[in-house]
Every structure is written in structure tokens, then in C-alpha cells.
Design a binder for this molecule. Structure first.
Ligand code: NDP
Ligand SMILES: CCCCCCCCCCCCCCCC(=O)OCC(=O)COP(=O)(O)O
Length: 324
């Protein structure tokens, strides 16, 4: 189309005017307002854990112990759970001596029980509720891992891992939920794993228990929303703890070794800080892992055939000496 010189200059003028005088500042201004709104919304949405009653299972070591330190520092009223009374009492002692000039801190309570014993879990839930009359945040952190070839694994071992990583936490959650529902308030956090999203060879019992937990807590999130109760699933990659040392093998014996991946894993303190942020920001489902494990989760979803090939190759390469 050929424009007359006058119409060309009007058209050019309108375009320039629209870009620099009209639309651009409007768009930029709009974006600025939107960003400010999002920032303020995030700040308003933040939940404080100060004075909140926070239950942490598996607080005697590793990630649970670091969560205890971080949530204590943030001013939470802690109820620390585990089987090892001595380790938990040492932690209470340590936390009681921490001086925090910024905010009031509380001496934690402890509740000792074995997650694999369902009656003990029910009694423990009653004891937990008696501490402060309610629970604001339940962090299902305790867990055990597994090392073994499926061919040499007793079904009783699958059951043991499932009892500790799945049935125990869901029994505890269900025992505490009614009081949360009554108060129309509360948050349930579960420390799952990247292996709740993908399954890698020689981890069958562990990966299965973490997948089960992911499914259960996703259902719980949907069912609890109407009562104002929120659910967070946190899925970390390797963390530098005793998880591999405490892992169980196919015949039920302890694995007892610190794996290289675990030794080179994330600092538990950083993961604990991230768990605090998950609670404060009310995040629902969070991956805490490096590029490769995160990529693996996407490849498993988008290109499963490739993922299965990679895992089969890994299985051939990584036969554990204990399994041959
Ligand atoms: N380390 C890692 O690489 C990763 C860990 N995770 C998850 O983090 C969570 C914490 O593990 P982590 O700190 O690494 O490992 P640790 O072995 O250091 O800690 C495990 C905790 O679970 C408790 N626990 C184990 N069995 C039972 C039981 N039968 N009843 C009650 N408590 C029990 C232990 O306490 P006690 O002995 O006193 O009973 C201990 O405090 C687990 O759920 C794990 O799956 C997720 C991804 C990566
Ligand atoms: C073409 C691109 C392909 C990319 C796909 C890459 C596939 C690589 C596989 C990576 C596997 C990551 C496994 C991570 C496992 C993990 O972090 O687990 C956390 C734990 O719970 C550790 O428990 P464990 O008992 O196993 O120590």
C-alpha cells in the first residue's frame, strides 16, 4: 500500500507517539504495579512461625535436628520426636542455651516413640496434643532408606520401610488432623525425596514409600483446603546426613556405609532453612535438588522411555557388592 507523505508522517508520528509517549510508559508502569502487588501479596501471605507449635519427627539427627535448630531460632514452640531419648535430650539442652536477642525462644518438649508401632503413634499423638493443646505445623521428617536388589529383598523389609516412611507418618497425621480441622488451621509438611518423583535402581522399598507418601499428601491437600489446612511436600536431593549409614538392606541388616552421593550432598542447614521458607511462604510442592535430579524428574514425565533406558543402564553398572 502506498501512503501519501502527509499520512506517512501521521502514521510515523502515531507509532512513535504510541511507543514513547503512550503505550510504553503505560506497559512499564503496569508491570511495575503488578510486580509491587506480587511482592506485597507474598509478604502478606507469609506465615510466621513465631510462637507457633511445631512438631518435628526424626529430630534426633540429620535434617530433623537442623530443622529443630532453625525453627527454634525463628521462635517456634517445638515438640521434638524420635526413638533416641538421649540424643533428643542433648538437643533440648543445646537449644535451651541458645540466646536470641531478637525474639523469645522456648524450651522444646520431647515425645519418644517408634513410628513403625501404630499403637505407639496414637499414644504419641495424644501426648503431643497435651503439650500445648494444639499443633500449628506438623513436620513429618523421620525416615529410613534402603539399599538392595529386589531379587534378594525380603517382603518384610519392604513392609518395615513402608511402616516407617508411610504408615507411621500418615497415622500421626490422621491422629492430629481432627484438632486442626476443629480449629480450621494448621499445616502438614512431609519431607519426601526426589525419589518420591522418580524411581532409581536398588532403592525399591525407599522409592515406593516416598511415592506413596507423595500420593497420600497430594490427596490430603485437596481434601483439607476447605478447612484452611495446608499441605507441603518437600522433595530434596542428596543431603549430608546419616541416611545411607542407617539404611536397611534386603536381608534386614543395616547398610552402615556413608555413600559418596550422601557425603557430597547438600548441607542439612541449607535444606532446613528451605523447609522454614516452605512453611513461611505456604508452598505446596517443592523440589530441592540440583540440575540433574530436577532434569530427571522432567525426563521421567515427558520422555519416560529415555528415563527407563537410563535407569536400566545404571542398574547394570551399579550392582551392589552386597547383592551379588
Ligand atoms: N539424606 C538424604 O540424602 C535425604 C533425606 N531425605 C529425607 O529426609 C528425612 C530425614 O532423613 P535424614 O536426616 O537424612 O536421615 P537420618 O538417618 O540422619 O535421620 C533419620 C531420622 O528419622 C528417625 N527415625 C528413623 N526411624 C524411625 C522410627 N522407626 N521411628 C521414629 N523415628 C525414626 C531417626 O530418629 P531415631 O533414630 O531417634 O528414631 C532420625 O532422627 C527422611 O525422611 C529422608 O528420607 C530426603 C532426601 C534426601
Ligand atoms: C538427556 C538428559 C537426560 C537427563 C536425565 C538424567 C538422569 C540422571 C539420573 C539422576 C538420578 C538422580 C537421583 C537422585 C536421587 C536423590 O537425590 O535421592 C535423594 C534421596 O532421598 C537419597 O536417598 P538415598 O538413600 O538414595 O541416599
Amino acid at each position: 500500500m502506498v501512503l501519501s507523505p502527509l499520512r506517512r508522517s501521521i502514521s510515523r508520528y502515531s507509532t512513535m507517539d504510541l511507543m514513547f509517549g503512550g503505550v510504553t510508559p503505560l506497559v512499564l508502569g503496569g508491570l511495575g504495579v503488578l510486580m509491587l502487588y506480587q511482592l506485597l501479596r507474598r509478604m502478606w501471605k507469609r506465615a510466621s512461625v513465631r510462637d507457633a507449635v511445631v512438631v518435628i519427627t526424626g529430630a534426633s539427627s540429620g535434617l530433623g535436628k537442623e530443622c529443630a535448630r532453625v525453627f527454634h531460632g525463628a521462635g517456634a514452640k517445638l515438640i521434638l520426636c524420635g526413638r533416641n531419648r538421649t540424643l533428643l535430650e542433648e538437643l533440648v539442652q543445646e537449644l535451651s542455651t541458645v540466646v536470641n536477642s531478637n525474639r523469645k525462644t522456648y524450651t522444646p518438649n520431647t515425645v519418644i516413640f517408634d513410628l513403625s508401632k501404630l499403637e505407639a503413634v496414637t499414644c504419641a499423638a495424644e501426648e503431643i496434643l497435651k503439650c500445648h493443646g494444639h499443633v500449628d505445623v506438623l513436620i513429618n521428617n523421620a525416615g529410613i532408606s534402603f539399599r538392595g536388589n529386589i531379587l534378594n529383598t525380603h517382603v518384610s523389609v519392604h513392609k518395615e520401610v513402608m511402616d516407617i516412611n508411610y504408615f507411621g507418618p500418615i497415622a500421626l497425621t490422621q491422629a492430629i488432623l481432627p484438632s486442626m480441622v476443629q480449629r480450621r488451621s494448621g499445616r502438614v509438611v512431609v519431607i519426601s525425596s526426589i525419589q518420591g518423583k522418580i524411581s532409581i535402581p536398588f532403592r525399591s522399598a525407599y522409592a515406593a514409600s516416598k511415592h506413596a507418601a507423595q500420593a497420600y499428601f497430594d490427596c490430603l491437600r485437596a481434601e483439607m483446603e476447605q478447612f484452611g489446612i495446608e499441605v507441603s511436600v518437600v522433595s530434596p536431593g542428596y543431603i549430608r546426613t546419616n541416611l545411607s549409614v542407617n539404611a536397611v538392606t534386603g536381608d534386614g541388616s543395616k547398610y552402615g556405609l556413608l555413600d559418596k552421593n550422601t557425603a557430597e550432598g547438600m548441607d542439612p542447614r541449607e535444606v532446613a532453612d528451605a523447609v522454614l521458607r516452605v512453611v513461611q511462604r505456604k508452598q505446596k510442592d517443592v523440589l530441592l535438588a540440583g540440575l540433574l535430579p530436577t532434569l530427571a524428574v522432567y525426563v521421567r514425565t515427558l520422555c519416560p522411555a529415555l528415563f527407563f533406558r537410563l535407569m536400566a543402564a545404571r542398574a547394570r553398572k551399579e550392582q551392589k557388592p552386597k547383592d551379588t
